[in-house]
Design a protein around this ligand. Structure first.
Ligand code: ACO
Length: 330
């Protein structure tokens, strides 16, 4: 069974309510119909009900079982606007500004999640990562004990030689451009949690990547990774984590044994933590294109799950992301 199939089965068992703020977007409607038909989750579509009905009918998407909410509906918008105002008053948000912001479906959806009226949110078929992330960061905030929101890319390779039977998790490839040592440590711990929850990794083995292996090179950027290793060990003493190490030392047993003898991670890592967003984002795209990996992103560290789509996503990608969000909510 693939990772995706396992996630979909878990989502079916969890039966969570997932709000889709881009409710009249065609790929989203096709995905909602599939999610309903296969009982993967309970979708809530935000948008103009007349437009949603018409677009769904034109597409032949059966969304009869979905809840449709018009975010400009006065009663619910008023309630969420007042809650938003109270949450952000200390940051200088006025009542009038909150009333305007709540008309943005991203803010409305995040407030639904915050108030417990939905278990999670999926968007990004139309909106950018920043437009989706900002309200989630401002309102949902991080899980207790975690200092930053980041992302994991689950990479499923056709070649089963490396990682966990061909599955490797990369982080952070989406959110934090230049993480501090502290943030890098939290990314490592959070990614191990994602590996257990979503991918059923029994033993997450985390390699903290660098251009240096165990002090072979001296530079501030490698020092940052070395400090992150120490912090991560304090945060999660049981976690199998090591570094700093180069990519080949992390995944190739012979090179790991040569460059990092005695390491419990070198040569057998199933989680790769990149030192910054440039290397993480480039790394996942190289694996996806040259290694022909199936790649999908997950936001992690939020107190309640919200996930981002690529604007080039297919309706199947949206179904998959709804299932991931439902499992994270469970
Ligand atoms: N974790 C937790 N909270 C955060 C984080 C984080 N990583 N980043 C920002 N915040 C919080 C701040 O503390 C602040 O909270 P407050 O308002 O309550 O004080 C709030 O979020 C806004 O912070 P800003 O510093 O104003 O952050 P900004 O809104 O400018 O940007 C963002 C945040 C959108 C995540 C930014 O870091 C970003 O653009 N990252 C890169 C996204 C991107 O383009 N990725 C690559 C493409 S995607 C792909 O290839 C698949």
């Amino acid at each position: 069974m693939t990772v995706t199939e396992k996630i979909i089965n878990k989502a079916k068992a969890a039966q969570k309510t997932i709000v889709l703020p881009e409710g009249s977007e065609p790929r989203t409607l096709i995905a909602a119909a599939k999610v309903l038909a296969d009982s993967i989750a309970r979708p809530v579509l935000l948008g103009d009900p007349v437009l949603i009905e018409k677009t769904a009918a034109d597409l032949g998407a059966d969304i009869k079982g979905a809840r449709v909410i018009d975010p400009v509906d006065k009663e619910s918008a008023g309630y969420y606007a007042e809650s938003l105002f109270r949450l952000r008053e200390s940051k200088g948000l006025s009542r009038e500004e909150a009333a305007k912001l709540i008309l943005d479906p991203m803010y409305y959806a995040v407030m639904m999640v915050k108030c417990g009226d939905a278990d999670g949110m999926v968007s990004g078929a139309v909106h950018t990562t920043g437009q989706m992330l900002r309200p989630a960061l401002q309102i949902i905030k991080t899980k207790p004990g975690i200092n930053c929101v980041s992302s994991s890319f689950i990479m499923e390779l056709p070649d089963k030689t490396y990682g966990e039977d061909g599955v490797l998790i990369y982080a952070d490839c989406v959110v934090i451009p230049d993480p501090t040592d502290e943030e890098l440590a939290h990314i490592a711990v959070t990614t191990a949690d994602t590996a257990r929850t979503l991918c059923d990794f029994k033993e997450p083995r985390v390699a903290m990547l660098s251009f240096s292996t165990m002090g072979s090179a001296q530079h501030e950027s490698a020092d940052k990774v070395r400090r992150a290793v120490q912090i991560a060990r304090r945060l999660s003493p049981q976690l199998c984590l090591d570094g700093e190490m180069q990519f080949d030392a992390a995944i190739v047993p012979e090179i790991g044994a040569l460059k990092a003898p005695g390491s419990s991670v070198a040569g057998r890592a199933n989680i790769l933590i990149f030192p910054d967003l440039q290397s993480g984002n480039i790394g996942y795209k190289i694996t996806q294109r040259l290694g022909k990996a199936d790649a999908f992103a997950v936001l992690q560290g939020l107190a309640r799950p919200c996930n981002d789509l690529s604007r080039g996503c297919s309706s199947d990608d949206i179904v998959k992301t709804i299932a991931i969000t439902a499992v994270q909510a469970g």
